[in-house]
Design a protein around this ligand. Structure first.
Ligand code: ZN
Ligand code: ZN
Length: 214
């Protein structure tokens, strides 16, 4: 397995291209902006893009979907609870920030807790981990977790956004903390880390700090 990444857009979100070396199949996770650059990453990899998987529907994770799909018309998967962001709220947020926004077509498939997704011979299990966003999911498998804005190196996703909830976020962090310590975490922003490293150094994961309302 190979995981390529690009950090894109004004919110500096991470987009990941997961490639199964054995079959050449690939999935693109969170094409958040700069779609042309992401198309070039896929092209240069030589892999065959099969699907686009979204950790959640926030503007900084979906802004490149439309452009990528103009070049690669592959299915897009999103948890249904994040459709409000995907369908309307992200476009409205773009207006508020004065940013251009390329509204993508509706997702083709829904993601569900416990569902097993394939990328070639690779397997990832969907873990529903609200509530940075209500439909936030982590793609777990092959000793990695691609967890969007749940967990960052040394920090966690915001819980002061519309439809966020600190208590549910706390429960989701407790769930991701049950993954094997050697699991490599590919977060939605910032550098990669491991569950073990975050259990040691991240007060929100070790239970030393609690998520509270701001
Ligand atoms: Zn987010
Ligand atoms: Zn984000």
């Amino acid at each position: 397995m190979k995981i390529l990444s690009r950090t894109v857009g004004p919110f500096q979100a991470n987009c990941y291209l997961v490639i199964d070396d054995a079959t050449g199949s690939a999935v693109l996770i969170d094409p958040g902006a700069d779609g042309a650059e992401l198309v070039e990453m896929v092209r240069a990899s030589g892999a065959t893009l099969e699907e686009i998987w979204l950790t959640h529907g926030h503007i900084d994770h979906i802004g490149g979907v439309a452009e990528v799909r103009r070049h690669y018309p592959v299915p897009v998967r999103l948890h249904p609870l994040d459709r409000p962001f995907f369908d309307t709220l992200s476009a409205r947020m773009a207006e508020v920030y004065g940013l251009p926004f390329d509204q993508p077509d509706p997702p083709d498939d829904e993601l569900a807790e416990g569902e097993v997704l394939a990328c070639g011979n690779l397997r990832f299990t969907v873990m529903h981990v609200p509530r940075h966003a209500p439909g936030l999911v982590s793609f777990n498998g092959e000793d990695v977790a691609l967890c969007g804005d749940l967990l960052f190196a040394g920090s966690i996703g915001r819980t002061d956004l519309p439809l966020s909830d600190p208590q549910a976020m706390h429960e989701s962090l407790a769930r991701i903390a049950t993954l094997a310590e050697e699991t490599t975490v590919y977060p939605g922003h910032g550098g990669i880390t491991t569950i073990g490293e975050e259990l040691k150094s991240n007060p929100f994961l070790s239970g030393r700090a609690r998520v509270v309302s701001r």
